[in-house]
Write a protein that binds this ligand. Structure first.
Ligand SMILES: [Fe+2]
Length: 439
């Protein structure tokens, strides 16, 4: 992959157009209230070119249906998947046989009458394997139930998908009690700004430490079974190679010719304080095998591979990130080098900062020939923190009450994929910028 600082005209034009369209009157920064002021409505994820998943919460004993329609079209009616856990009130609708790149309005009906919930919107992806231009947003870390305006900004830009790299909340649950994890989810979904975002933009989310378990949590977290099980209940996810129930949540999905790989870097990780060595793992053996296979296949069959890592990749100082798993990081880099994978970039969470590296500092292989762009797009709503580095394009920390996110514009001519990353705040002001091309 050749990093390119030169301005990409077409992408710049895209950015300017989207700015003019969506942000004539940006919302003011709101101070997060003590408690979110809404209630869980519907939320959307696991979207593909022909389907998706819509979830909601309904008291038991009622009969919900989802009416899904294109503008001016007749509704397609979907009934809810049978609820497996009687203690859960989450209801799941699997949408299928939809048309690519089409907006579908989803309204809820309960016992034959319209529900009071505002409708959800599903915009299906471009067809898999065909070149297409699209945008996506990413980031991590928001105060529990945050109602920050940054979520409105992201929603108004209509990305194809929002990649959430963890710390969806900071409840730090270490007890193996599903009700605690459910309550945390309900608080997040009761945020008026986050609720509206997740109702209108597909969410693809993996947890990090504070939402998987307590601070700096790992595979010893006593709450691990409840955490991983409730993730499956609440989060509309892509197929999970580790299976149902109490298992890791790594997954992958495709938009056009771009493959997204999301790893679970918490629930299988060995303790960070374990001395580094070839046996120490952040992924666990099974996930790592899957990851390597996925990486190799995706790099050959897709124009660009985007890996979502919930923790920083670049750095040398111990801080609960890849720096504490240096042998495994080197192993992955050697794998990438050995198989000549050149169309990979990495999105990172955890550090509350915007940052970008053009690949100058991200290679830990023995060959020292890799150039893997690394992007940070955090925090949605948290005080600033610097982790790792250095970064070729520098870092930006949020000012007081500033909300940040990563914005990625993908332009694919069928031969090569041009990527423009911008790290932005809630007023859509660009703070960090990097262009590169995946050949
Ligand atoms: Fe965080």
């Amino acid at each position: 992959m050749q990093p390119r600082r030169k301005f990409i005209k077409t992408l710049a034009g895209l950015a300017a157009a989207s700015t003019a369209r969506s942000f004539a009157a940006p919302e003011p920064v709101l101070r997060p209230p003590e408690k979110p002021t809404g209630f869980p409505t519907m939320w959307v994820g696991a979207v593909t070119a022909t389907g998706g998943v819509v979830k909601t919460k309904i008291p038991p004993g009622l009969h919900p249906r989802l009416l899904v329609r294109e503008a001016g079209g007749e509704p397609i009616i979907f009934t809810a998947e049978p609820q497996r856990d009687p203690a859960s009130t989450v209801v799941t609708f699997h949408l299928e046989h939809l048309r690519p790149q089409t907006d579908y309005l989803c309204t809820l009906e309960v016992n034959g009458a319209p529900a009071v919930f505002p409708p959800a919107m599903v915009r299906t992806f471009s067809p898999e394997g065909q070149p297409a231009n699209f945008t996506f947003a990413f980031g991590s870390c928001a105060r529990t139930g945050s109602q920050h305006a940054v979520f409105n900004t992201i929603a108004s830009k209509r990305p194809a998908v929002l990649i959430h790299l963890g710390d969806l909340h900071y409840v730090n649950i270490s007890r193996n009690e599903p009700r605690h994890f459910r309550a945390a989810w309900d608080t997040v979904l009761s945020s008026t700004t986050q609720g509206a975002l997740y109702r209108n933009v597909p969410l693809a989310y993996i947890y990090d430490d504070h939402d998987f378990g307590p601070n700096d949590s790992d595979n010893r977290n006593p709450g691990r079974p409840a955490s991983r099980t409730v993730y499956r209940e609440y989060m509309p996810h892509y197929p999970l190679p580790a299976g149902d129930g109490d298992a890791a949540i790594h997954q992958a999905f495709t938009v056009a010719r771009v493959r997204f790989i999301l790893t679970d870097l918490r629930s299988e990780r060995d303790a960070g304080k374990t001395p580094d060595g070839p046996g120490k793992s952040m992924m666990g053996a099974a996930q790592k095998e899957w990851f390597k296979r996925e990486l190799l296949e995706a790099s050959r069959s897709h124009g660009l591979v985007v890996w979502g890592s919930s923790v920083p990749w670049i750095g040398t100082k111990s801080n609960d990130s890849w720096q504490d798993y240096m042998d495994e990081r080197r192993e992955l880099c050697n794998f990438i080098a050995q198989h000549r994978i050149k169309n990979l970039c990495i999105l990172c969470g955890d550090a509350h900062m915007l940052a970008a590296d053009d690949g100058s500092h991200s290679d830990y292989s023995d060959s020292q020939k890799l150039r893997i762009p690394v992007l940070h797009g955090s925090a949605f709503d948290q005080g600033g923190s610097t982790k790792g580095g250095p970064f070729s394009e520098g870092t930006y920390l949020p000012k007081s009450n500033e909300g940040l996110f990563g914005w990625v514009e993908v332009e694919d001519d069928g031969q090569r994929v041009a990527v423009r990353f911008t790290g932005r705040n809630q007023n859509d002001e660009v703070k960090v910028d990097l262009n590169f091309v995946a050949a």
